[in-house]
Each structure stands twice: as structure tokens, then as C-alpha cells.
Design a protein. Structure first.
Length: 204
């Protein structure tokens, strides 16, 4: 049974992500997971770490693990370092920038394939403000977190189109019956300001 994290556990998750980045800056090492965390951090979970500039909230890095392949603590550490230094859309984060970014951690439910026989059926099974999406088509795959369509005020069709483009596919790839679609939900914890109070972000 997939158990949600408490706010206290969410705060631990965000602080762990920030500490992982800080440790990498100072020592150039990937810190080992702490051994005194709540039990949920040793369960395998999917997770993404997102960095935003403050106060303008521009994306500065976002990488993670869609599937629950690593213990949560380890996945947070790896995704945080990747978001800061390995996101191909951005140059590596500088230490000055690090002082002015907000850290956000999204804990994912396992992706579930969406079964449908036509595009309308696909669209009817997606809820904005609740679902994240993954598309897989041939060698292409793309993922968008549940908070993205809310931030941009997208319709379901726009959400599908942008997920297609994230995968390097045409925006109407959801019309292609060869493409497979998966949805998942996310529990989002973020700093209100850099290295500040952690809140659980509600999408609706």
C-alpha cells in the first residue's frame, strides 16, 4: 500500500535534497544516505527534485526517477545532484545560484498504464491537478509532473501535446495508437524561500 509522507517527512526529504547539493559543492562527493531517517526513506519510491530561481520561480533544473527503483533517500540524493549539475537544459548550478534557489521534491506513485481505444478515451482518464504523464513511443519517452499543467494553465489536450514534445515527438503523438501512456500522482514538498520553511504544495 502506497503511504503518503507526513509534512515532517516531506521536510526531511527537501532538506536531504539541499544537503546533497551542498555536500557535492563542498566535497565533490555524492553523500551516503543517512542511517537515522524514518522508515519510508528506505522504501523504493519514484522521486523528482526540481530547482526554481527565487523569487521569479523560473525552472533551474529537474531530474528524477519515474520508477521506484531506489530507496527514497538514495533517489532523493541522486536526483538532487542531477537536477543541480546534470540537467542538459542548463549549465551546472553555481554556488552563488544555489543560495537563491528553492528546492522542491515530488514523491511519485508507481506509473500505471492508461488503457484506451481512442484519443478521447485517453483524455477522459487524465485529471489536471492530479495526474502526471509519461509517454513511450519507440525509442522516445517523456515525462511531465502533475504540477506542470497547473502552473501553465493547460487543458488536457495541451498537457498531452507538451508531454509528446518533451519526448522529442510531434505534439499530436497522442493520436498515434503505437504510443503508450502512463499516469502517476505526486506528493509535492517545497521550500517557501531558499533554505526556508517547507510546505506541502497542493495543486487544487
Amino acid at each position: 500500500m502506497f503511504r503518503k509522507l507526513s509534512l515532517q517527512e516531506g521536510e526531511i526529504a527537501v532538506k536531504l535534497a539541499r544537503k546533497a547539493i551542498d555536500t557535492f559543492f563542498k566535497n565533490r562527493i555524492i553523500m551516503p544516505p543517512p542511517t537515522n531517517l524514518p522508515e519510508v526513506f528506505y522504501e523504493k519510491r519514484g522521486v523528482f527534485t526540481t530547482l526554481h530561481t527565487y523569487p521569479d520561480h523560473n525552472l533551474r533544473g529537474c531530474i528524477g526517477f519515474p520508477e521506484p527503483i531506489l530507496p527514497l533517500a538514495e533517489a532523493i540524493i541522486e536526483s538532487a545532484i542531477s537536477a543541480a549539475f546534470r540537467d542538459p537544459r542548463f549549465p551546472p548550478l553555481t554556488y552563488d545560484e544555489f543560495q537563491n534557489v528553492v528546492v522542491e521534491v515530488t514523491i511519485l506513485t508507481p506509473p500505471q498504464e492508461i488503457k484506451f481505444s481512442n484519443p478521447q478515451e485517453l483524455m477522459e482518464q487524465i485529471k489536471i491537478g492530479e495526474d502526471g504523464l509519461i509517454v513511450k513511443c519507440g525509442f522516445h519517452s517523456g515525462l511531465l509532473l502533475p504540477q506542470v499543467p497547473v502552473e501553465y494553465n493547460w487543458t488536457v489536450e495541451e498537457f498531452l501535446a507538451h508531454t509528446c514534445m518533451k519526448a522529442g515527438l510531434p505534439p499530436d503523438c497522442f493520436l498515434n495508437p503505437e504510443c503508450k501512456w502512463y499516469k502517476f500522482q505526486g506528493q509535492i514538498f517545497e521550500e517557501k524561500y531558499p533554505n526556508g520553511e517547507v510546505i506541502e504544495k497542493k495543486l487544487k
